[in-house]
Design a protein around this ligand. Structure first.
Ligand SMILES: C[S@@+](CC[C@H](N)C(=O)[O-])C[C@H]1O[C@@H](n2cnc3c(N)ncnc32)[C@H](O)[C@@H]1O
Length: 599
């Protein structure tokens, strides 16, 4: 399809949305084109070393990948990642998409991170003192920003989906009606297939006290690229034991699966739609059951096809796809989520290899743009406040505080200052006609258009003048972003008895951020960490490090929260001089790499 406009160089064209019905919001803009980014390989899990990615620094194209596949996990904003996939030749190559985006739920999701093994060590009661809080992602968004955010992602996803492909969008009552209209607009109302009701489970406690029908479901909207050619593997569940129809007990495959799923109380009546829960729950709050994803993947894709989830969270979609022998691509903006996903997959693939169950042993983690700061966002905002000297006003629901005589608005560090942010500021000031203070906006970076908007605004307004502190470039204030990294003391030696083995011993590990966070959370007493390994989540080892990409040939990922990493390892190495790299990931997802030359 052509819009007639000439495409600027290097830009990847996006086909316009299909058309009516349409939803409007402030700041709605079509996504005419996007640009890809280089995707750097940061880690490879390649335990059988069947596929060699050694020497590769960047993601390779779909054409190079298709006959020599490894699965892909991207750390970055999915808008950038999806654009990068288009650039790599994935247009029309994805068979199934499932997404479970943030819901505008008004909650900020906090992943509770516990130190390992404190219970067993018996020195500290396992209580709140051991819990670090790491914000997984903020979910409090303005409606318009949210809608534009989803619009752009859905447009990109449609480009990636192939003609036989399907997309499932998991949402709740807050955004249901908006997203349905948006999907109609992008994919075409004729390609809507089903609205699946996902019943959440047993209701008890606070939730059941509402003076109302008890809310207990989410919605999964199922659309296809083309209603003529989509894949669907119809599935059945066995007839319940007492099931009869006017023909007595029917023969056949069983009852076809309907569009209401979940866990139901009346065993035998509606239990046919039950998706089994497995005991795979991590501490990720919005984790979906693996069984749910398996049902979707089995129905809407075949083995070896490509499944994509660009809000991967704790990795459920990738894990279900891996277990069902599909190829997969995952993405998340949050480093903690990438670690969690990677950690779980390493366990599963190692088991699959033992049982010879999979064709796909290898996955690589790529970084698209740099989102490391995301991890430390709560900390960064707190530090920004302290460093700049902002007086926090927690009672104001829009402004974050004051600086001298100015009101301060801190823009979330996960995006640059945009025109939408400025529009919101303008709307807010309109509601406060008596407000005569000037405004300081603190942001990490800014969109180009922001400057001229502000110039224009300042010309027109004798009061409420806007000033920006852009932390990325600010000489005075930018320096606080330098963060005290975690450090490890490790000893690596070739074994005296066997020159094909190296002995690795972690002697000490300290994460200033963890210690600081524990002390902030527990102002009354200083927390003592009895064993440095409590701070370590995972240890990864590469026995032939090339200086760029980390190839995981050994991973120590303790099964239970109360188990500590071993801390001492013996691994095979080449006889010649070689570089061994040890990566330690701490309980906040921060990582340290130490490299050793072993002669
Ligand atoms: C509701 S959770 C997904 C949970 C997942 N289905 C599971 O079972 O664990 C949404 C995820 O989207 C991620 N996310 C939010 N905005 C994103 C963005 N712009 N790009 C990539 N990931 C994003 C969040 O970090 C979070 O992990």
């Amino acid at each position: 399809m052509s819009t007639g406009a000439k495409m600027p160089e290097n830009k990847l064209k996006i086909t316009p949305a299909k058309g009516r019905p349409m939803l409007q919001w402030v700041g709605k803009k079509p996504l005419d084109y996007v640009k890809g980014f280089p995707a750097q390989i940061v880690e490879v899990f390649d335990p059988t070393t069947r596929l060699s990615l050694r020497g590769e620094a960047e993601a390779i194209s779909y054409n190079e990948l298709k006959d020599n596949w490894h699965n892909l996990l991207f750390h970055g904003d999915n808008k950038d990642v999806l654009a990068t996939l288009l650039e790599l030749g994935f247009r029309g190559k994805i068979d199934l998409i499932y997404i479970d985006p943030p819901f505008k739920s008004g909650a900020d999701y906090v992943r509770k991170v516990e130190l390992r093994g404190l219970k067993n060590l018996g020195r500290i009661e396992e209580d709140e003192a051991s819990i670090l809080q790491q914000t997984m992602y903020f979910d409090i968004w303005n409606n318009d920003t949210y809608l534009q955010f989803m619009y752009e992602r859905l447009m990109l996803l449609k480009e990636l989906l192939n003609e036989t492909g399907s997309i499932y969008v998991h949402i709740d009552h807050r955004v249901n009606s908006y997203i349905r209209l948006m999907l109609d607009e992008i994919f075409g109302a004729e390609n809507f297939q089903r609205e699946i009701i996902w019943r959440l489970g047993w209701v008890s406690g606070y939730k059941s006290t509402a003076k109302n029908w008890i809310r207990n479901h989410e919605t999964i909207l199922f659309y296809v690229k083309s209603k003529e050619s989509f894949i669907f593997n119809k599935d059945y569940v066995p007839y319940p034991p007492d099931y009869e129809r006017w023909g007595g007990r029917p023969k056949g495959k069983g009852l076809p699966i309907e569009d209401v799923w979940g866990v139901f109380p009346q065993e035998g009546v509606t239990s046919l739609q039950v998706v089994s829960y497995s005991s795979d729950l991590t501490d990720f709050r919005t984790q979906k059951p693996r069984g749910l994803l398996k049902r979707i993947i089995k129905a809407s894709s075949n083995e070896d096809e490509i499944v994509l989830d660009c809000f991967i969270g704790s990795g459920t979609t990738a894990i279900a796809a891996q277990e069902l022998n599909r190829r997969w691509i995952g993405c998340d903006i949050n480093k903690g989520a990438i670690h969690l996903t990677s950690r779980e997959l390493q366990k599963i693939i190692s088991e699959q290899i033992k049982k010879k169950e999979t064709n796909y042993h290898t996955f690589a983690i790529y970084k698209v743009n740099n989102y490391d700061l995301q991890l430390l966002r709560t900390e960064a905002i707190e530090l920004a406040v302290q460093h700049i000297g902002i007086q926090r006003t927690r009672t104001d629901r829009f402004f974050d505080g004051t600086l001298g005589k100015n009101l301060v608005k801190i823009i979330d560090f996960n995006h640059p200052l945009t025109l939408l942010d400025l529009q919101l500021l303008k709307d807010e000031l309109k509601k406060r006609p008596d407000e005569d203070r000037d405004i300081t906006i603190v942001c990490l970076g800014k969109e180009l258009a922001a400057d001229s908007w502000i110039d224009e605004w300042n010309k027109k307004h004798p009061v409420n003048k806007i000033k920006i502190i852009e932390l990325k470039t600010d000489k005075k204030y930018g320096s606080f972003l330098i963060h005290k990294p975690a450090e490890a003391k490790i000893k690596v030696l070739r074994s005296a008895q066997n020159d094909k083995l190296a002995r690795i011993e972690i002697k000490n590990f300290i994460s200033p951020t963890i210690v600081e966070r524990l002390n902030i959370d527990n102002k009354l007493f200083k927390v003592k960490i009895p064993d440095f390994r409590s701070m370590i989540d995972t240890v990864l080892i590469d026995n032939n490090y090339d200086g760029k990409t980390f190839h995981i040939i050994y991973s120590d990922v303790p099964e239970k929260k109360d188990d500590l990493v071993k801390g001492e390892y013996e691994i095979e190495i080449q006889k010649s001089k070689i570089k061994v790299a040890v990566k330690i990931i701490d309980m906040l997802g921060e990582e340290v790499i130490n490299v050793f030359e072993v002669s």
